[in-house]
Ligand binder design. Structure first.
Ligand code: BDP
Length: 680
């Protein structure tokens, strides 16, 4: 009887938020109640396989599954390349079957999620197969422990202690990734130090790979294209120099001797000052294929970034397409072109990158930024699933079928190879991501990489139930807040297609006036907003840069025509008169004012909503989120005032009297210079 009572209490524990004690967010969404010794004897987890990944699957269920017997089976009928699985209720027990141990692990985490969310566990019969084969985080972590664009403390990787000291957080990190289906990580910054390939660093990399392996995670490295010269002391790093190829082959073989399941190289070449094949008059394909040849014997991959642009007279938004489309068909089949979601750079809103669907013979993958470089760092609550979905679901009209960005990247020319990457927002902070709600972006990225058809709403609900509490009132209220948060940040930072009007270098806060005499025009806000006495926006129609021509019909015509261009992209594609009539009848200027104000109102509303839930959230996280929401609202007002007061110097039109008055002066705002570091 006592046993049963304890069992029931324990089950209740699964459902109740832990209001009594402070939570610091360190458990992420994995706040499972542990199985007690008494419970453990009531059920059996059976798995005949003993490889490390299958063992992890078994242990997870042994530790956290409260509800009866589970059998884990490897089933030859399953595709042994993929990570899919089936979960069935059979004869009083639950059976997870898969073609690989990794599939069993993902099945185990699925079952635990069902239990955690209070789902029906009777009569189960569900089958899952991932949308992408490679579901990957990119860390922009430097060897000195800093993180480029990282807002959650220093790097998790303690290079100075490795390989001797293995922090327990390595496994916790790997476990969290596995629980949402992430199976690959790039450890270091795309602005890569050549030292990562030095023998002593490779030993450290091996130690990390060993920690991650039981969770089905493979390690990749960002490489510096000049490593043969810088590290190997060769005369040059020309990809057509046989000595260079030899160097890469030897280096690759050395890596695979230590890390047999090593994934491959991520390369930022000839971009923002990084070295690359063009330094020797070679093409991106020459460079990528040279590395592909070194990796081929081990089935390793080259992830070659398409984020390439130069300070030229050409519209920056057009440059990657111009650079890469002529190379279609020239990349080896173990090369994937890694393409940022939009044509500029992780802005609060961009139309999809026209490279998607423009290179039918080249494998392409999407790169998202999970870390909030352009979205208020870890101070602003911005749920990114709607942003990710906007790109993935974008219809490119490139082919008759499979023409969304998701479809094109999932069914490329070299099946079954498919991949997706997110730039991680993880650091040494206790709560991993700096802002408790930033954890939701890590979560949503992983879950969408697994199943790109999931809705933002269901992801928000899942994450909230697991991370805070399954209380329906909390979940309903906060999921709405999360969904709205992406549009809010667009509204108070850069509505109607405005982009890149951030403060220089660190990208926190507004600086639409920003100008550095002699600086690169394509790094200056005026380059993007083009405000003048007539209007505002970047003319990318045939009368301007004609970037619209890079899109397929009928998107091209839709974007090019000011009356059919979605208003959310209006100033991305058009230079629009201040007096232009928007669809709601307002002038562009008035509409801009209303939209900025709406963004501010939304953040104030988020504060109210959060405060209304005080009783339902544990003390520490409640207080921490509340403080961050204050900063977010102050920043929203700052953005509104800075942008409207500055643009008003061109429009010469009044801020509609029904709206709040600015509380800052433009001169005062122009003086703000934040001492925020940007680590390159
Ligand atoms: C930009 C970042 C810069 C990165 C670059 C990249 O500002 O720090 O190195 O992207 O993706 O967004 O390579």
């Amino acid at each position: 009887m006592a046993k049963v009572a304890r069992y029931i209490m324990c089950l209740m524990g699964l459902l109740l938020p832990s209001l009594g004690h402070a939570e610091d967010g360190s458990q992420l969404w994995l706040r499972y109640a542990k199985v007690t010794a008494d419970e453990a004897v009531l059920r059996k987890i059976h798995c005949p396989f003993t490889d490390p990944v299958a063992r992890t699957a078994t242990e997870e269920l042994q530790n956290y599954w409260h509800k009866g017997n589970v059998d884990l089976l490897l089933d030859k009928k399953w595709d042994t390349q993929a990570d899919g699985y089936r979960i069935r209720s059979m004869g009083g027990k639950t059976v997870i079957s898969a073609g690989t141990s990794a599939g069993l692990l993902y099945g185990a985490f699925h079952l635990l999620r069902l239990q955690q969310l209070g789902g029906n566990l009777q009569g189960l019969d569900l089958t899952e197969k991932p949308s992408y084969a490679l579901r990957m985080l990119n860390h922009w972590d430097n060897l000195d422990g800093t993180v480029e664009r990282g807002y959650a403390g220093h790097s998790l990787w303690k290079w100075d202690e490795l390989p001797a000291v293995i922090s327990p957080r390595y496994r916790e990190y790997a476990r969290a990734n596995a629980s949402i289906g992430i199976n690959a990580v790039v450890l270091n910054n795309v602005n890569a130090s050549p030292l990562i390939l030095r023998d002593d660093y490779l030993e450290k990399v091996k130690a990390l790979a060993d920690s991650f392996r039981p969770y089905g995670i493979r390690v990749f490295l960002s490489i510096n294209f000049s490593a043969p010269a810088l590290l190997g002391k060769l005369e040059n790093s020309d990809p057509l120099n046989p000595a260079v190829l030899r160097w890469w082959k030897d280096k690759t073989s050395e890596i695979y001797q230590q890390i047999p399941d090593f994934g491959g190289f991520l390369v930022k070449a000839n971009s923002e000052g990084q070295p690359g094949p063009q330094d020797y008059g070679r093409t991106h394909a020459d460079g990528a294929n040279m590395l592909a040849a070194a990796l081929r014997p081990y089935s390793g991959l080259v992830l070659w970034r398409a984020f390439v642009y130069n300070p030229s007279a050409e519209d920056r938004a057009k440059q990657a397409y111009q650079e890469f489309v002529p190379l279609d068909g020239q990349f080896d089949d173990n090369v994937i072109l890694q393409v940022k979601n939009g044509p500029i750079d992780f802005q609060p809103r961009e139309p999809y990158n026209p490279l998607f669907g423009a290179m039918p013979q080249t494998s392409q993958m999407v790169e998202f930024q999970i870390t909030q470089e352009y979205l208020g760092f870890s101070n602003h609550l911005v749920f990114l699933a709607p942003l990710f979905k906007e790109t993935l679901d974008a219809q490119t009209y490139a082919q008759a079928h499979a023409s969304t960005v998701a479809g094109l990247t999932q069914q490329g020319p070299h099946p079954p190879m498919s991949a997706i990457a997110g730039v991680a927002n993880i650091g040494q902070d206790r709560n991993w991501c700096g802002h408790h709600f930033a954890q939701a972006n890590w979560y949503a990225f992983g879950r969408l990489a697994w199943d790109s058809s999931l809705s933002s709403d269901s992801l928000a609900r899942e994450w909230l139930s697991a991370t805070f509490s399954p209380d329906p009132a909390l979940v309903t209220t906060l999921s709405q807040l999360m969904i709205d948060s992406r549009e809010a940040v667009v509204n108070y930072m850069m509505p109607l297609g405005l982009h890149h009007i951030f403060a220089f270098e660190h990208h926190y806060g507004p600086e639409p006036w920003g100008d550095i005499p002699g600086g690169r025009p394509d790094w200056m806000p005026w380059y993007y907003h083009n405000a003048d006495s007539l209007g505002i926006g970047f003319d990318r129609t045939p009368s301007g840069s004609n970037a619209v021509a890079q899109y397929h019909s009928p998107i091209r015509e839709q974007f090019a025509n000011i009356s059919s261009c979605p208003e959310k992209y209006l100033l991305w594609f058009h230079h629009v008169p201040w007096t232009y009539r928007m669809k709601n009848g307002q002038s562009l200027w008035d509409n801009l004012c209303y939209t900025y104000q709406h963004g501010v109102d939304q953040t104030r509303h988020f504060q109210q909503v959060w405060d209304s839930l005080e009783e339902k959230v544990d003390i520490q996280r409640f207080g921490e989120v509340r403080s961050k929401l204050k900063i977010q609202t102050r920043d929203a007002v700052w953005w509104r005032d800075a942008c409207l007061l500055y643009f008003q110097t061109f429009s010469k039109m009044p801020i509609p009297v029904t709206l709040e008055r600015p509380i800052h002066d433009l001169d005062e705002l122009k003086k703000i210079k934040l001492e925020l570091k940007h680590h390159n």
